[in-house]
Structures are given as C-alpha cells and as structure tokens.
Unconditional design. Structure first.
Length: 292
C-alpha cells in the first residue's frame, strides 16, 4: 500500500483538505460557537466533505503521475516515484486514480450536495486536461493551474452552504495568489530538472530568473491587500487584520530578497515562508472569527 499512498501525494493533499475545511467553516452561516460546529449535525457533513475532496484530490494526483510518467523518469526529484521506478504499473496507477476520483465524486454528491461534487469534478478536469498538458507548451501553465489549485475552499464553502458567495471568492483569491510565489520558488530550485523533462516553467524559459523574481514580487504584493479582505467582509476581526498584514509583508520581503540576490538559497527561503504562511493565516481566521 505504501506505493499507492505515495501516488496520492499526501503532503499536498493535507494542504488541500485544510483549505477545504476553512471554506466549509465559513460556509456555516448561522452556526455560533464551537459546540454547534462540533455537533453531529455539522461534523458528519464536514467529514464527508473532507473525505470526498480528499479522494478526488488523491485521484487527481495519481492520474497526474500517470500522465507525466515519461517526464518523471527524466527528473531526479521524481524518478523514484512509483510509476517511473517500476514499483507500480502505469495501468494500475491509472485505474487507481480513476477509482479514487469516482468515489470522491459520489461521496460529495450523495453525502453532501451536487454543487460540491460538480465543483470537485471541474477542478479535476481543469487540472488534468488544461494545466497538465500545458506544462510542456507554455510557462503560463502556472497561471492556468492556479485556478483549480484555488478551488478547495470554494468546494468546502459550497458543501456547507449550498452556494458560493463573496466570502468563498475571497478565500479562493488568497489561495490563488499564494500559489505563485510558492510554485515559482519550486520551479526556480528545480529548473534544471524541469528543463530535462521538457517542462516549460518560467525559470526554464528565462534562466536568469529575473522575470520569475518579478512574478514572485507581483503576486506577493497583490496578496497583501487581498488577504485583508476577510476583515473587511466581517469574516474575521482586528487580530486577523494585523496578523495577516504582518504575514503578508514578511512573505513579500522574502520575495524581494530573492529578487535582489537571485540565489537558490533565497528561492528555498521563499518556499519555506510560503509553507508556513498558509496554515498561519488560516489559523488566524479560525481564532478571530466574530461570534465564536
């Protein structure tokens, strides 16, 4: 089972589930207090939402590795994945991904609501049929991939409320913008690997990484005011406002440093800051929600 679990990319899936849970949390209109949230009336639908989304995300990861198995063989960081290393056949990985995705869709549809299931299916389709093949054609694949990548809070919100409102789109926007410094720093660190595999990430297309650094700063800069929107919409209070501002400025600072020095060490630092940024800002949202 170790190889099949590896196909699901659990380290990425937990970030997806965290974002889904945040969306569900803010979709609970009229629910006051942690006791009500932890009651069976809320807890079980939340569990089905997380399970269904996790299955779709895991299936998508497996199908993505099936699709990119030839490229993975050429990259040092991916050559030991289950398919290129020969530990799992491509056919088994494909049907494993299909089964997980189908089960996730059914879980959301039958146990939560149709809207969340449709959103999950659209996310899978956009990731596999738009983002994945575009990676070998244009560096704009990062932008295209950021759309399905930012869907988990929308799915969670729709699961809780049965609709999608401005609050859901604010969560989408924060996650959408966060992805650019995160993934551009990864592409920077492994640009030689990506080049060997024919994947046209921005640091591969422009090896001096000046444009990559500009992109990191641009999206980090936009993220600062957008991350304050939850306070303006009444989703969170002043503690969140101050914390989000400080976190956003520090995230931006890490991007400025990589633009000045343009080293792998600074690119790695942007990645580390991004990994801490997301759970911290989500934690502030949870702790500083008015009425709880």
């Amino acid at each position: 089972m170790r190889e099949y679990i590896e196909l699901t990319k659990p380290r990425i899936t937990w970030l997806i589930l965290m974002s889904t849970g945040i969306g569900y949390y803010f979709g609970l209109h009229g629910v006051a207090g942690w006791g009500a949230i932890l009651s069976g009336q809320v807890f079980w639908p939340l569990l089905h939402t997380v399970l269904g989304t996790g299955l779709i995300a895991s299936g998508t990861a497996a199908l993505n590795q099936w699709y990119e198995r030839d490229q993975d063989r050429k990259m040092r960081r991916t050559a030991r994945r289950p398919i290129p290393s020969g530990r799992i056949s491509a056919a088994r990985a494909f049907w494993f991904g299909v089964a997980l995705s189908a089960l996730g869709f059914l879980e959301l549809w039958l146990k939560v609501n149709l809207l969340s299931a449709v959103l999950g299916a659209l996310t899978l389709g956009a990731y596999l049929f738009l983002y994945t093949p575009l990676k070998q054609k244009s560096w704009m694949s990062t932008t295209v991939g950021a759309f399905p990548g930012a869907m988990p809070p929308i799915i969670g919100y729709a699961a809780a409320s049965g609709t999608v409102s401005a609050e859901a789109w604010v969560l989408f926007a924060i996650l959408f913008l966060w992805q650019f410094p995160h993934f551009y720093s990864i592409a920077w660190m492994y640009r030689e690997d990506y080049a060997r595999a024919g994947i046209r990430m921005l640091p591969v297309v422009e090896p001096d990484c000046k444009s990559t650094a500009r992109q990191i700063i641009l999206y980090g800069l936009i993220l600062v005011p957008v991350s304050l929107a939850p306070s303006l919409l009444g989703m969170s209070g002043r503690i969140y406002l101050i914390g989000a501002l400080l976190l956003g400025l520090y995230f931006l600072y890490s991007g400025v440093r990589v633009a000045i020095e343009r080293t792998l060490l600074r690119a790695r630092y942007v990645l580390i800051v991004s990994v801490f940024y997301l759970p911290l800002i989500y934690g502030l949202m949870l702790l500083d929600r008015p009425g709880l």
